[in-house]
Ligand binder design. Structure first.
Ligand code: ZN
Length: 409
């Protein structure tokens, strides 16, 4: 499965296509096209302030772009940067698969109706104990991993035995590297049924000790859809390196205000924050941490409350990844506008068996048109919201099938 080359060629073609379209329309007022996609194309190498300005400017421009010019019915449409129009995205991820994550971390997520990603070491899972150098860490079982997946959480891989893969690569131990990547993916697929693997056949990975390099990325591409790495520049809404997605390393000494500051910057960038958690201990100290650098459940709860009360789309790593990739590639077409309603199409050109996350879109119908129902090509009703500003917001799978917005007579 060599996803990256093919996928990124497509994504780049789409992005460049759209950039050209946007630039063209900017230079020639009055020009228009029936196609548009997400316009947040900020580059990660420019300073944060500039980046914020640039993405805001493009967003505004996109909103003004008429998509059905020359007809009596002007319709506008846009693909939202994140699900439900949220300002930024956040993924709560857990490394190693220790017992405290199951007994303390997951119930907290469940209490807030949020779903996370558990990157598990597969090798010692049957024994229930992982020898992490001097430390013995208790692990949750495969049965408990299945329960997490049934609760909507993502199970990803963190290798078989947590070796330093970069060191193995330096020593030329290519076969061991491949076995660590491949056997772990196979173990997860053997134990957890495909419909419970939220990544729709494409598992995600997280690098042991956050260490990776170009050789390792090439190997990981064969077995995984994406991989999480360690700290790096803030992530914008654009995914550039699917196998080196930066994360915020969580340490016991972290403060809650420190996390909030990071989230505020990410929010200004309309970006994606990925937290990399390990251990937990309960507020009363009744439950001992088994994971590395444990944090209190109280601090975790403050974070989850903050995410819920602010405009963050909190979703598993693989889900946010696929949303971003699809949105980068997708084109929204207004196919037809008539007194009966509007027909749109959303297509990302990607493999629908792997990339079928619905994208949130908004359509602004002509002034006197009253949309009463939205249906898929399979005649399924699609729920929508009518926003105060007159836009209709709903979720669509970017598979190119027609979506019908029927107006009331
Ligand atoms: Zn680890």
């Amino acid at each position: 499965m060599r996803f990256k080359a093919l996928l990124y060629r497509k994504v780049l073609q789409r992005i460049f296509g759209k950039l050209l379209l946007l630039c063209f329309c900017f230079v020639l007022p009055g020009c228009a096209s029936g196609k548009l996609g997400d316009a947040s194309t900020a580059a990660s190498s420019v300073p944060a302030e500039q980046m914020i300005e640039k993405s805001a400017e493009l967003k505004e421009e996109q909103t003004r772009l008429p998509v059905s010019p020359g007809t009596a019915f002007e319709v506008r449409g846009r693909i939202l940067t994140w699900r439900d129009g949220k300002q930024a995205a956040c993924s709560i991820t857990f490394d190693d698969g220790t017992m405290d994550q199951y007994s303390l971390g997951a119930p907290l997520l469940d209490a807030y109706g949020l779903r996370g990603t558990f990157f598990i070491i597969t090798g010692p899972r049957d024994e229930g104990v992982w020898k992490d150098n001097e430390k013995q860490r208790s692990l949750f079982s495969w049965e408990q991993a299945v329960l997490l997946a049934e609760g909507g959480h993502e199970i990803g891989s963190h290798s078989v035995g947590h070796p330093d893969l970069r060191q193995l690569d330096r020593e030329g131990q290519k076969e061991t590297v491949i076995a660590e990547l491949q056997d772990s993916a196979e173990a997860i697929r053997r134990r957890i049924s495909p419909e419970l693997l939220s990544s729709e056949g494409g598992l995600t990975f997280c690098w042991p000790y956050w260490r990776t390099n170009g050789n390792l990325v090439k190997e990981a591409e064969q077995f995984y859809l994406a991989a999480r790495a360690g700290e790096g520049p803030f992530m914008s809404s654009i995914v550039r390196d699917p196998y080196e997605i930066h994360s915020e390393m969580v340490l016991s000494t972290d403060s809650f205000p420190g996390w909030v500051r990071k989230l505020q910057i990410s929010s200004q960038l309309r970006g994606w924050t990925v937290f990399s958690f390990h251990g937990f201990y309960s507020a009363g100290g009744n439950t001992k941490a088994s994971g590395w650098q444990p944090v209190s459940t109280g601090k975790m709860e403050a974070l989850l409350l903050h995410l819920s009360e602010n405009s963050f789309w909190t979703a598993p790593f693989g889900e946010v990844f696929r949303y971003a990739v699809e949105r980068q590639a997708a084109v929204l077409d207004i196919e037809e506008v008539s007194p009966d309603g509007i027909v749109i199409k959303l297509e990302d050109g990607l493999d629908d068996s792997m990339y079928s996350q619905p994208l949130s879109v908004e359509i602004f119908p002509p002034g006197d048109m009253n949309i009463e129902i939205i249906k898929s090509a399979r005649d399924e009703e699609i729920p929508f919201q009518l926003l105060e500003n007159g836009w209709l917001r709903f979720d669509v799978r970017p598979d190119g099938s027609p979506i019908i917005l029927k107006s009331s007579p």
